[in-house]
Write a protein that binds this ligand. Structure first.
Ligand code: PLP
Length: 395
């Protein structure tokens, strides 16, 4: 009666959602202030003031037609020009509106890209571990095969491993830096090595291999590491961007796809992006938020609370004996379970009403993910819990 695949996807809830539901139930029992819920990646810092000011101006001063109407499917030209100018200023590029396709956030950007480039069910997309679990759903949903490549010990890209996964069916390599779940920012040399490898492999197989850069955390950086702008390192790069995290607008569904002119057959790729968005039913990105972005694209997120939380955790946890990936960005800490089993560590933490996400869903079952986009008070409370947990292993 209904598609088995869709039924499965609709009934099997994500582990993260399950933990979040459990946390909400626990909060009713013991009070929200006593639950250390670090499960969801929902930004805790408010959107910059410019966003509210723009919305106020929009509804008070403009006619509804100016912000409620359909836009062209790629988005308002003025918004796309504003996005292109912002990128040009920061990354010394020369984009214009014809390189930018406005979308309903990164999830939409990725699904559209996969739909646009996947030609047959043999097509493979290499996904680097650890990875955002929805990648598997998106790639399979758009008819491709996700092929997982393990990372190096410091959670950077393992270039030899990626090389071993590339074959004539490889359509793209997907990367995400700063990374969810590890917060790691891939260093320039690591990315340059990847670019070199992809160039060689494109020649060997005589077809383009895309690099898909999923960048919802590009603006959330806590150290002096700088996330590289991938199109400046590798020509066949497609960027999936979103303001869900950088402007704290996850519910507003707004992002873009960048198709630079240096991408092979870029006009066809851009047209296929339009076709894919059409098939997937994205008539256009929300026009109110296209208007907001036109006016707020240069606004800076206030990430001080994330930085404070990250510093407290990163200063304390290693002292207690935890192995922790160095989170240069995003708002996640990826912590190795002292027992080597992330599921077991999450269960133990529950006794102290601390909710973490097992690393299994991100491709590394020995780890757990902590989202530190929460009030600092909760992070401070968690330090004692981490100490007690480590003491339990040392008994
Ligand atoms: N990619 C990564 C790595 C993410 O962490 C998320 C959301 O958490 C997304 C994509 C989806 O973002 P959006 O809310 O913009 O669809």
């Amino acid at each position: 009666m209904v598609s088995k695949k869709m039924l499965d996807l609709g009934t099997k809830r994500s582990v993260i959602r399950d933990i979040f539901e459990y946390g909400s139930m626990l909060a009713k029992e013991i009070g929200a202030e006593n639950v250390l819920d670090f499960s969801l990646g929902n930004p805790s810092t408010p959107a910059p003031r410019e966003v509210a000011n723009t919305i106020k101006y929009m509804v008070e001063e403009l006619s509804p037609k100016e912000y409620n109407s359909y836009t062209s499917s790629a988005g308002n030209t003025d918004t796309r020009i504003a996005v292109a100018k912002n990128l040009n200023k920061r990354f010394a590029t020369d984009y214009n509106e014809n390189n930018i396709f406005m979308t309903c956030g990164a999830a939409a950007s990725l699904n559209i890209i996969f739909k646009a480039i996947i030609e047959s069910d043999d097509d493979e997309i290499i996904v680097n571990i650890p990875y955002f679990p929805e990648y598997k759903v998106f790639i399979e949903g758009q008819g491709g095969k996700p092929i997982f490549a393990k990372c190096s010990e410091n959670l950077h890209l393992d270039i030899d491993e990626i090389e071993s996964k590339i074959n004539e069916n490889t359509k793209a390599v997907l990367i995400n830096s700063p990374n969810n779940p590890s917060g790691v920012i891939y260093p320039k040399e690591n990315l340059e090595e990847l670019a070199e490898l992809l160039q060689e492999k494109q020649k060997e197989y005589s077809h383009p291999i895309f690099l898909i850069s999923d960048e919802p955390y590009r603006e959330l950086v806590f150290t002096n590491e700088k996330p590289e702008f991938l199109p400046n390192i590798y020509d066949n790069t497609l960027v999936a961007y979103s303001w869900s995290k950088s402007l704290s607008l996850p519910g507003e569904r707004i992002g873009y796809i960048l198709v630079p002119n240096k991408v092979k057959s870029h006009e066809d790729v851009f047209a296929a992006v339009g076709g894919a968005a059409r098939v997937l039913g994205y008539v256009c990105a929300p026009s109110m938020f296209q208007y907001v972005i036109k006016n707020c694209v240069d606004a800076q997120p206030n990430i001080e609370v994330y930085r404070t939380n990250r510093n407290i955790l990163f200063e304390s946890l290693p002292k207690f004996g935890y192995t922790v990936a160095n989170p240069g960005g995003a708002f996640y800490m990826f912590i190795k379970s002292p027992s080597g089993d992330g599921n077991e560590f999450c269960e133990r933490a529950k006794k102290y009403h601390m909710l973490l996400v097992p690393g299994e869903g991100f491709g590394m079952k020995e780890y757990v993910r902590l989202s530190f986009c929460v009030d600092t008070e909760k992070i401070e409370k968690s330090i004692d819990v981490f100490k007690k947990l480590m003491d339990e292993y040392n008994l």
